[in-house]
Design a protein around this ligand. Structure first.
Ligand code: FES
Length: 163
């Protein structure tokens, strides 16, 4: 729910309307929790506590069950995510060729730790095991783009491409 700046009343945000439509589709359907959580995350960008509360009430499931599913699967996020997701490969090939230096340089540049999101929500930084581009080690992915044979001095220019 959003709060109206003129009246102070709670009003339905466009996202809340979308969530209600999603819930209408899955109400009373036993296997609906995961698709509802996936849809809600697409709508809000992450899963705020009040959204989990709504889902729990509307699907008539205990909050603990909803929360348990969200925390079990890595695909679900309880905190806002950046517009651009940086995945730094720390698999064997990338590690041997300096992946950790790349990771450290990105942590320093963005001022976040592993899994962190910059305050302006521009970037989320994550480490991954192997992105299947070992021939380009050390490499990172930003959204769907692969950047390979990286050196730390190239990072600033690469980050500039993502607003
Ligand atoms: S180890 Fe980095 S892409 Fe495979």
């Amino acid at each position: 729910m959003a709060v109206c700046k003129c009246t102070g009343e709670q009003v339905e945000s466009p996202q809340d309307v979308q969530l209600n439509e999603l819930l209408d589709h899955y109400r009373g359907y036993a296997g609906g929790l995961i698709p509802v959580l996936q849809g809600a995350q697409e709508i809000y960008g992450y899963l705020p506590a009040e959204v989990l509360e709504t889902i729990s009430q509307e699907l008539k499931l205990p909050f603990s069950e909803v929360f348990g599913v969200v925390t079990f699967y890595a695909q679900f996020h309880l905190k806002p995510r950046g517009r651009n997701i940086i995945r730094v490969c720390l698999g064997t090939a990338c590690h041997v060729l300096g992946g950790s230096k790349i990771f450290q340089a990105l942590k320093d540049e963005l001022g976040v730790e592993n899994g962190g999101t910059t305050e302006d929500l521009r970037f989320t930084l994550e480490s991954v095991a192997c992105i299947g581009a070992c021939g380009l080690a050390p490499c990172i992915m930003i959204n769907d783009d692969t950047h390979g044979r990286l050196v730390t001095s190239a990072l600033k220019n690469i980050l500039e491409q993502y607003k």
